[in-house]
Design a protein around this ligand. Structure first.
Ligand SMILES: *Cc1c(COP(=O)(O)O)cnc(C)c1O
Length: 402
């Protein structure tokens, strides 16, 4: 037992990560987040890996709203909400969110990671059970770990397995059960089968919670999310989501639910009670972003067109793609170091993408996750496909065109 051996162990872990080709390095961007970004030491490149689905990260109206809010309310709140950290504007944005998602009320968190860390513990006790999709986001997994409910995991999007896990929980005498799923699985680009989940939930008297981070703002009518897309918005009990993706890409998360659930969160949710209130600039920006998202059919049409064009072009070129009907389009590579190599080559062709490997995705399923964005044109998408074909041919991933 010694400090020396502790630091040696840390170094050893780091060496292992490097040796396995799993090292994630961070590129530095010297411009705003946008369709095209400037990468330090590289130059201007087309960005195909941001969660900036509606292209709002550098939106002038949102930036102006954030500026105005800073002028009016200052920079920081220096308090949690219940002491002296609640602005009138917090309640305005919570009402905006509730109205958009279609729930009684909503409650803001510093991030959706915090919303997911918060949501289970006050609602579920040891007599209860959580039934969670195996590919749910890390923050859901952590949130479930923080509550005392019994845990069941069903194979991703496997409705028969979900049903059998619910039956197991019922047989074990669970008092309340909650099915938890991502609305969209972000590493694979598939939507959860919410109609089936809700139907099964009805039969078992189960609650349903959806994390809609990769949907809020652009999936479903007015971008109101996957429950609306599937027409089950009145059956889903709890929606968690983020302000950090399509809705301007800054920071903040929320839980939207019935009044009683939101009220209980304000009393008991630990990441809410023990963490600082969202800043005025974020609130002003979010208020404007929600307005733009609601009326953003043009942005959503461009996004959808870009996704369809990229998927068709890449499929024709012979790439193996994951996902369906979503602007997340993962290009499956397999080997982690080949995926990293591919991303490097694409960058030199002017396309910024990131290779995802273990532990973010299972070993041996490394991929380049592309994400389409409303800031891109059809020409941009075509240029990206050409670059993928060039790099993929060099690496022997596709046969290429003679
Ligand atoms: C991004 C993401 C989160 C975390 O959201 P933040 O607001 O960035 O903390 C949670 N769940 C899912 C499914 C996500 O994709």
């Amino acid at each position: 037992m010694s400090r020396t051996s502790f630091y040696e162990a840390v170094d050893e872990t780091l060496s292992t990560i490097r040796a396995e080709g799993l090292w994630k390095s961070e590129r530095e961007i010297t411009s705003p987040q946008a369709g095209t970004v400037t990468v330090a030491g590289v130059g201007e490149v087309m960005n195909l890996c941001a969660n900036n689905y509606l292209g709002l990260a550098d939106n002038a109206e949102i930036m102006a709203a954030a500026h105005d809010t800073i002028e009016r309310y200052g920079y920081g709140m220096a308090s949690v909400r219940f002491i002296c950290g609640t602005l009138d504007l917090h309640r305005v944005v919570e009402a905006d969110i509730a109205d958009y998602i279609g729930t009684d009320d909503a409650i803001l968190f510093a991030a959706c990671f915090d919303a997911n860390a918060a949501v289970f513990e006050p609602l579920l006790a040891a007599e209860d059970a959580v039934i969670s999709d195996s590919l749910n986001h890390a923050s859901i997994i952590d949130g479930i770990r923080l509550c005392k409910a019994q845990r069941y995991r069903f194979a991703t999007r496997d409705m028969a397995d979900l049903e059998s896990k619910l039956a197991e929980a019922a047989a074990a005498g669970a008092r309340h059960t909650m099915i938890v799923t991502d609305g969209v699985f972000s590493m694979d680009g598939y939507l959860a089968d919410l109609p089936s989940i809700c139907e099964i939930a009805d039969r078992f008297g189960s609650l349903v919670m959806v994390d809609d981070c990769h949907a809020t703002g652009f999936i479903g009518p007015q971008g109101r999310g996957t429950p609306w897309f599937h027409g089950v918005q009145d059956r889903v009990d709890i929606v968690t989501s983020t302000l950090g993706k399509a809705l301007g890409g800054a920071m903040g998360g929320f839980i939207a639910a019935r009044q009683s659930v939101v009220d209980l969160m304000r009393q008991r949710a630990r990441p809410y009670l023990f963490s600082n209130a969202l800043t005025p600039a974020l609130l002003g920006g979010a208020h404007k972003a929600l307005e733009i998202a609601r009326t953003g059919d043009g942005l959503r049409a461009q996004l959808e067109m870009n996704a369809a064009r990229f998927r068709a072009g890449m499929t024709a070129a012979g790439f193996e793609l994951s996902g369906q009907g979503h602007p997340i389009i993962p290009v499956m590579i397999g080997d982690a170091s080949v995926a990293t190599d591919m991303a490097e080559r694409l960058l030199s062709e002017g396309i910024y993408v990131t290779a995802f490997s273990f532990p973010v995705v299972p070993r041996g399923t490394a991929r380049i996750r592309t994400q389409m964005n409303a800031a891109h044109t059809s020409e941009d998408v075509d240029r990206a496909i050409e670059a993928f074909v060039a790099a993929g041919t060099e690496l022997g991933l596709i046969e290429g065109f003679a």
